[in-house]
Ligand binder design. Structure first.
Ligand code: GLY
Length: 566
C-alpha cells in the first residue's frame, strides 16, 4: 500500500530526522556515483547498526526498554524485513552469531532455509538441460523459510523479552508506514517487470499508476503487519503450524511450488559450534558451514604471514596479495556445503599446513573465465552491542531482490529464491557465477551453501569488532577487507566501510574493482597483469568497533543504512 505523506515519527526517528534527511539525500548521490557517506554513530553504552536507519532505531528502542542484544537483534531483523523487503524478511532465513559477555561464550544459530522434502538434484532439468531460471524466480525457487524459527529460538534461549514486544516496532512500521529509501526504490525499479507481474508485490510496492515509488514516499505493508501481529508470542508455532502454515502450503499447491505443511512443520533451526581462528593478536569468530565464515578465516590466515599494516589499504602490493589469497579461499569454498549432509573438512581447511600450502598455490594461479556475477541486493546484515557487552552479528536473506519475485499477498510474505544458492545442476553456476559443486547439489531438507559470514573479533578474550555484509560472494571479501582495514590499517568503521574494495572469486578470472579505487592503484594492478573489471559498488558492509564505553559504528553508504547508539 502506497501513500505519499509521512506518518508521525517515533521519538528516536524524530531526534535523528535531520540526519536521515541528509543521509537520504546523500544516499541518492551514493547510489548514482557509488560515492561515500556512511550511516555512522558513536556511543558509550550500546549500539545497533543496520541497513536501514529506522530498523536500527527499532533495535535501539528495544535496548532502551531494557532488552539485551538478542532482543534488539530480533527487533532489528523484523524491522529491516519491513523496510527492506527486497533483501530479507520472514520469508527468508539467516545466521546469528552471538557473544555473551557473562560467560565469554560464542553461539552460532543457523536458521538458513531448507530445500523442500520433494526437492531433488534434477528438479530444474527440463528436456535434458538445467533451467536455472526456475531456481531464481517463481514457486520452484522457494526454499522453506527459517527466519521466524531462528528468531524465536534465539529469543527463547537468550532473549529477555516476548516476541510481541520485539516485533512491535516492525509492526508499527508495517502498519503506519515508512519512507522508501533510495536503495529500495532503485531495487523496485530494477525488478519492475516482475514486481508488476505479481499481484501482491504490485499492490504493495508500486504506485496506483503502476510506477515505482519515489524516495521518501511512504509505503505500508498492512498484510505483513497483520501477520507479525498474529504471531503473538509464539511465532514458530503459529508460522510453521496452524492457519499461516496452511495458507502457505495452500498457496504453494495452487502455484506449483514444493513447500508443504510437512516441510514447514519439520523446519528447525540448528545451534552449531562457531568457528574461530587467530589473526595476529586477535581471534576471529564466525559461522560454520553452510556459511562461508570459514573462507574468511582461511583468507585471513593466508594474509597473516604478510606485513600488511605498513603497506596502506589502497597500495598495489597489499591488494595484489589480497587478490591472490581471495582466489585460493574461493577455490576451497567449493568444499563447503550443508554439514548435515556433506563432510566439510573444516579442520583441514583451517589448519596452518593447508593455509601455508594454499598461500604457496596463490602464487601459481590459473582459472577459467565466466561471465560477470550478478549484483546482489538481497541479503541484509545487522549488528548489536548492548550495555552489558553482549554482541550479535546477524545476516539474513531472501537471496536476490524480492527473492522469488512472488508474494503470498494475504500474509504480506515475500518468498525467497534461496534454491539458487544450491548448484542447480552439476557445474551450473548460480546467479553469482559461483560454480555448482556436487557437495552443494540439491537434496530434500538440505540447506544451500551461503556466502553470509558475520564475524566478531576478540582481543585478549574481549570483543573489539563486529562486522557483516550483504552482496552474495562479495560478503566474504567485503567482511575480510573491512576487518583488515580496522585491524591492520587502524581505520575507524566509517572509513573502513567506505574504503574502495575489490573482489576476486577464482572464477571468473577477473578482479572486480570499485570505480572509486584510485586510478593509480588500478593502473598498477593492471600492469601486474590483473584483468580488472570496474564496478560501481561491491556489497554492503556494516561494522562496530568495541572498546569499554566507546562504540563506533557505521553502515555502508553503498546501500544506505543507519547506526543508532545509546
Ligand atoms: N543468498 C545469499 C547467500 O546466502 O550467500
Amino acid at each position: 500500500m502506497f501513500f505519499a505523506t509521512a506518518p508521525s515519527a517515533t521519538p528516536a526517528a524524530a531526534r535523528r530526522a535531520p540526519a536521515i534527511v541528509v543521509c537520504a539525500a546523500l544516499a541518492i548521490v551514493a547510489l548514482r556515483a557509488a560515492s561515500v557517506c556512511a550511516g555512522t554513530t558513536e556511543a558509550h553504552r550500546a549500539m545497533v547498526v543496520a541497513e536501514n536507519a529506522l530498523a536500527a532505531d527499532a533495535g535501539a528502542e528495544i535496548l532502551r526498554r531494557g532488552g539485551n542484544a538478542v532482543d534488539a537483534a530480533a527487533a532489528t531483523a523484523l524491522a529491516v524485513g519491513v523496510t527492506n523487503p527486497v533483501s530479507c524478511g520472514i520469508g527468508g532465513g539467516g545466521f546469528m552469531l552471538i557473544y555473551l559477555s557473562r560467560t565469554h561464550r560464542f553461539y552460532a544459530l543457523d536458521y538458513r532455509e531448507r530445500a523442500p522434502l520433494a526437492a531433488s538434484a534434477t528438479m530444474y532439468v527440463r528436456n535434458g538441460k538445467t533451467d536455472e531460471e526456475l531456481a531464481r524466480s517463481g514457486p520452484l525457487a522457494v526454499a522453506v523459510p527459517g527466519e521466524l524459527a531462528g528468531l524465536d529460538a534465539a529469543l527463547k534461549r537468550f532473549g529477555t523479552m516476548k516476541f510481541s514486544t520485539v516485533a512491535a516496532p516492525a509492526i508499527r512500521l508495517a502498519e503506519q508506514g515508512f519512507p522508501a529509501t533510495p536503495h529500495l526504490v532503485q531495487d523496485i525499479a530494477r525488478t519492475m517487470a516482475q514486481v508488476a507481474a505479481d499481484p501482491g508485490l504490485k499492490a504493495t510496492y508500486l504506485t496506483p499508476a503502476g510506477a515505482p515509488p519515489r524516495a521518501g514516499d511512504i509505503l505500508h505493508e498492512k498484510a505483513l503487519g497483520a501477520t507479525l501481529r498474529a504471531l503473538g508470542d509464539d511465532p514458530a508455532a503459529r508460522f510453521y503450524h496452524g492457519a499461516i502454515a496452511r495458507t502457505i502450503a495452500g498457496w504453494m499447491k495452487a502455484h506449483g511450488g514444493l513447500v508443504t505443511a510437512g516441510d514447514l512443520a519439520q523446519y528447525h533451526p540448528v545451534w552449531r559450534a562457531p568457528l574461530h581462528r587467530g589473526y595476529r593478536s586477535y581471534e576471529v569468530w564466525t559461522m560454520p558451514p553452510p556459511s562461508s565464515g570459514g573462507v574468511v578465516l582461511e583468507i585471513l590466515g593466508m594474509l597473516a604471514g604478510a606485513p600488511v599494516s605498513g603497506l596502506g589499504a589502497d597500495s598495489p602490493p597489499y591488494l595484489a596479495r589480497l587478490i591472490e589469497v581471495m582466489r585460493e579461499g574461493f577455490i576451497d569454498r567449493a568444499q563447503y556445503a550443508d554439514p548435515d549432509f556433506i563432510h566439510v573438512p573444516i579442520e583441514v581447511l583451517l589448519s596452518q599446513r593447508h593455509i601455508d600450502e594454499a598461500l604457496k598455490r596463490a602464487l601459481h594461479r590459473g582459472a577459467p573465465a565466466h561471465l560477470a556475477p550478478a549484483a546482489d541486493h538481497g541479503t541484509s546484515n545487522l549488528l548489536v552491542v548492548d550495555k552489558d557487552g553482549n554482541v550479535v552479528a546477524l545476516t539474513s536473506t531472501i537471496n536476490t531482490i524480492f527473492g522469488a519475485k512472488m508474494m503470498i499477498a494475504s500474509l504480506g510474505l515475500v518468498l525467497n529464491d534461496e534454491m539458487d544458492d544450491f548448484a542447480a545442476g552439476p557445474g551450473v553456476p548460480n546467479v553469482f557465477k559461483l560454480a555448482g559443486t556436487v557437495a552443494n547439489e540439491i537434496a530434500p531438507g538440505k540447506r544451500p551453501l551461503s556466502s553470509m559470514s558475520p564475524i566478531i573479533v576478540t582481543r585478549h578474550g574481549r570483543p573489539v569488532l563486529a562486522a557483516g555484509a550483504s552482496g552474495g560472494p562479495t560478503i566474504i571479501t567485503g567482511v575480510l577487507q573491512v576487518a583488515v582495514d580496522v585491524l591492520d590499517f587502524h581505520l575507524g568503521p566509517a572509513a573502513a566501510v567506505e574504503e574502495p574494495r575489490l573482489h576476486q572469486q577464482a572464477a571468473p578470472d577477473v578482479v572486480f574493482v570499485e570505480s572509486r579505487m584510485p586510478a593509480a592503484t588500478r593502473r598498477a594492478l593492471a600492469q601486474m597483469g590483473y584483468r580488472l573489471k570496474e564496478v560501481p559498488a561491491l556489497g554492503a558492509v556494516g561494522a562496530i568497533t568495541i572498546a569499554p564505553g566507546d562504540l563506533h559504528g557505521a553502515f555502508d553508504p553503498r546501500k544506505g543504512g543507519g547506526a543508532s547508539g545509546l
